[in-house]
Design a protein around this ligand. Structure first.
Ligand SMILES: Cc1cc2nc3c(=O)[nH]c(=O)nc-3n(C[C@H](O)[C@H](O)[C@H](O)COP(=O)(O)OP(=O)(O)OC[C@H]3O[C@@H](n4cnc5c(N)ncnc54)[C@H](O)[C@@H]3O)c2cc1C
Length: 307
């Protein structure tokens, strides 16, 4: 096997795992397949010692801190296939120059993240990460006390609107057609002075600053807002786990046991790709934990085969 661990994905989870494994003197290849999930955003918030840093800067710092560890290499490489071997994996992929690549590793860590599936309406993609936001913990403070919209329907929209009341007292739920709200959901909105607009949405209009100016309805009316929050559905960024037959949960996230191992022996996962809260710092912590579990599994294998 060329590597002890192939880490796929060089976001917070992958970089953190590579650092821990490098410090364990493991032969690691970190495959960097492109931009992280938060690339459209101007800043990473809520990350101890790095609050407000640009997403690219956070990863640049992470990569620089791998340099002292001679057993870690980083390659711009998109992995397209994993094959299980008797004692490890063969991975194939394509480098950023378009060359085919293939290599073997005793273990694989998936840190491939997720994609947010935005509504196919004008303005959502353009304003994503600036005027269209997904998480109050990441961006709520920056739009505190501003007029806000919550886009969505049913329980999810009510829950997100109620959560946001800690950041603003001027919130309107925009459902883009029938909101599928229960009587109790409507009552809770009223109780907390949260507005409700159920007209179909034509799109979002942003200002030159990249921030939201208004939600435009198909009847020509509009609603001025500074930011719109939504819980968008998610897709796995890569199908590598599913292709190997790894267990996914009901939402499509890669199931892992308490040692960060998937249902495929030797295949580990960390960060947004797994279930649970999604924050850059949590992804980094999960990468660190998975790396410790990986090192311990590898050590156990070596010690028992030596004995
Ligand atoms: C707009 C926006 C703003 C956000 N702001 C914040 C914030 O302020 N604070 C915060 O804590 N969190 C924020 N988040 C959440 C944060 O981005 C994620 O929790 C974090 O990026 C998860 O890290 P990760 O390493 O699991 O995944 P990612 O950072 O998404 O990294 C996964 C990496 O894997 C790579 N990859 C995927 N498939 C392959 C493959 N086949 N081969 C090789 N590489 C591959 C991807 O290109 C990517 O680089 C934000 C999210 C969004 C969408």
């Amino acid at each position: 096997m060329e590597y002890d661990v192939l880490v796929i994905g060089a976001g917070s989870a992958g970089l953190s795992a590579a650092l821990t494994l490098g410090r364990c003197r493991r032969r690691v290849l970190l495959a960097d397949g492109g931009a992280p999930r938060n690339a459209p955003s101007g800043a990473v918030h809520n990350f101890l010692t790095r609050d407000g840093v640009r997403p690219a800067k956070l990863l640049e710092l992470g990569r620089a801190q791998l340099a002292p560890y001679p057993t870690v290499s980083v390659q711009e490489l998109k992995i397209s296939e994993l094959k299980k071997l008797a004692s490890g994996f063969r991975a194939t992929g394509t480098t950023s120059q378009g060359h085919a690549w293939s290599g073997t590793a005793r273990r694989v860590l998936l840190a491939t993240g997720v994609d947010d599936v935005l509504p196919p309406l004008p303005g959502f993609r353009e304003l994503w990460g600036s005027g269209v936001l997904h998480c109050p913990y990441c961006h709520g403070y920056e739009v505190r006390d501003q007029p806000l919209a919550v886009f969505g329907r049913g329980k999810t929209a009510v829950g997100l609107a109620l959560l946001l009341t800690n950041w603003s007292s001027d919130i309107v739920v925009v459902t883009d057609g029938p909101g599928h709200l229960t009587a109790y959901g409507r009552q809770r909105l009223r109780q907390h002075h949260i507005g409700l607009r159920q007209e179909p949405v034509a799109g979002l209009v942003g200002g030159p600053d990249g921030l939201l100016r208004c939600v435009e309805f198909t009847d020509g009316n509009y609603l001025e807002r500074k930011a719109l929050f939504l819980h968008a559905p998610q897709e796995q960024r890569s199908s590598l786990a599913a292709d190997l037959g790894a267990k996914l949960n009901g939402k499509g996230a890669v199931w892992v046991d308490k040692n960060s191992q998937t249902s495929i022996p030797g295949l580990y996962a960390a960060g947004d790709t797994t279930p649970g809260q999604q924050q850059a710092l949590i992804a980094a912590a999960e990468g660190n934990k998975a790396a410790i579990c990986l090192n311990e599994a590898l050590t156990k294998e070596q010690v028992s085969s030596a004995g």
